[in-house]
Design a protein around this ligand. Structure first.
Ligand SMILES: Nc1ccn([C@@H]2O[C@H](COP(=O)(O)OP(=O)(O)OP(=O)(O)O)[C@@H](O)[C@H]2O)c(=O)n1
Ligand SMILES: C[C@](O)(CO)[C@H](O)COP(=O)(O)O
Length: 402
């Protein structure tokens, strides 16, 4: 018989919250995303990472349900798992998990079950980055413009370059995390994450790159987002073996008539003096064709579904809003954008003097993906030739992230 080495890393999966903001009729960890619960998805990711002790912290009264989820996810690794009962606060739940650690464990990861779609690679990356003296968290740059507010008054800007959005799993050397928890208990302080508690004990914390897919399911909109991602990732074919993760292509077209007021917006640029295009947004047909090509390639629907007239918040929005949001959706669905090729048909504007500038703007909005733009007239034929409007076609190549 082969005796497997006892892992020196453990993960505490806190699943004891009630999910007030989700508002479901069961604790959040036991709400179904698809046929599987939030907790089951979280555990599936964990058991696809390197072997580690897995401690699930369940709400009181749900220990049996948690045990069933743990056994189903663990398969023949069930001896690695254990369920304990959580507390009133997240911090108390983590403390309950710490009391269940095996003696050999030297590195502890603390993970929200609510971050159900966290990729196994992120779990391994955090575990690998922990050293004897430092805690490690995954974090993402803050993409929104932030404001300091007082009631309904906007009182000033916030420099987002020095901010990051914290995710889990957060990893720590066991001895120091236990020491930090003892300090917090003595002080009677509550923290919303373990890195804050660790830092409050004067212990250093670093960050590594987070992952969009590690978002926390907090509200009904987050649950919808998780469902959409799982739908997009599911193979369309009903064959018994899953479809291989191959590169995918998508095509998008868009047509806009000249009209409306103000300057023309096209390919992410403002074109002073050129006739504007009409539309629900700014009429930027180049950006819109790219969005459809990318969404189509990823199987994520189309521009109308995500940004159409049912979404009044996008009225008048410019290319960078649509493109950045689309790039984020693709990243969350596990795709990297290979390149995008666009062809513009119309008499005006003349693209060649600003082609490089347009390509740079579109590429920047897509997070650096290569974008090329070609332009042509139609020799006077059709609506572009008659100067009534423009037509754009875009083709996108995307590849699975891992
Ligand atoms: N007493 C608690 C509170 C929270 N958690 C866990 O901590 C993670 C992050 O908490 P959050 O998403 O805020 O979950 P809830 O507290 O359940 O949500 P809400 O604040 O909306 O009630 C979740 O996986 C949750 O299950 C826990 O184990 N024990
Ligand atoms: C631990 C955490 O998920 C890190 O982002 C977060 O702090 C959980 O608590 P919150 O109340 O949702 O901020």
């Amino acid at each position: 018989m082969t005796v497997l080495p006892v892992p020196t890393t453990a993960i505490i999966v806190v699943a004891a919250g009630s999910g007030t903001r989700l508002g479901a009729d069961a604790p959040k960890a036991f709400v179904g995303i698809d046929a599987r619960s939030v907790l089951r998805h979280a555990l599936d990711g964990i058991f696809a990472a390197a072997p580690m002790q897995v401690i699930v912290v369940a709400p009181a009264g749900f220990e049996g349900d948690a045990e069933a989820e743990l056994r189903a996810a663990a398969g023949d690794r069930h001896e690695l798992g254990r369920v304990v009962t959580g507390g009133e606060t997240r911090q108390q739940s983590v403390a309950a998990g710490l009391r269940a650690l095996w003696g050999d464990v030297t590195t502890v990861l603390v993970h929200d079950a609510a971050r159900a779609l966290t990729p196994p690679a992120l779990i391994d990356a955090v575990a690998d980055a922990v050293d004897a003296g430092t805690g490690v968290i995954p974090a993402l740059p803050v993409v929104d413009t932030l404001k300091r507010v007082d009631g309904d008054a906007v009182v000033g800007p916030v420099d987002r370059s020095e901010l990051a959005a914290a995710q889990t799993p957060q990893g720590f050397p066991r001895a120091l995390l236990e020491q930090a928890y003892a300090v917090a208990a003595d002080a009677g302080e509550e923290y919303t994450d373990d890195a804050a508690l660790f830092a409050a004990a004067d212990l250093p914390v670093r960050h590594v790159a987070g992952d969009e897919r590690a978002f926390k399911i907090t509200t009904p909109a987050d649950l919808d987002r998780a469902r959409r991602l799982l739908d997009a990732a599911a193979p369309v074919s009903h064959a018994e073996t899953p479809a291989p993760r191959l590169p995918r292509v998508g095509v998008g077209t868009d047509v806009h008539a000249f009209g409306g007021e103000g300057n023309l917006w096209l390919a992410g640029l403002e074109w002073p003096g050129e006739r504007p295009l009409s539309g629900h947004s700014d009429g930027d047909a180049v950006a819109h064709a790219i969005v459809d090509a990318l969404l189509g390639a990823a199987g994520l629907g189309d521009i109308g579904q995500h940004f159409g007239t049912a979404h009044p918040e996008y009225a008048g929005a410019h290319a960078e809003v649509f493109l950045a949001s689309t790039a984020q959706m693709l990243a969350e669905a596990g795709f990297v954008i290979g390149n995008v090729s666009v062809q513009f048909q119309g008499n005006s504007p003349r693209f060649s003097p600003r082609r490089a500038e347009a390509e740079r703007a579109l590429s920047a909005a897509l997070g650096g993906a290569t974008v090329s733009v070609a332009a042509t007239t139609t020799d006077g034929l059709g609506f572009p030739g008659r100067g009534e409007g423009i037509a754009v076609t875009a083709v996108a190549l995307i590849v699975p992230a891992d």
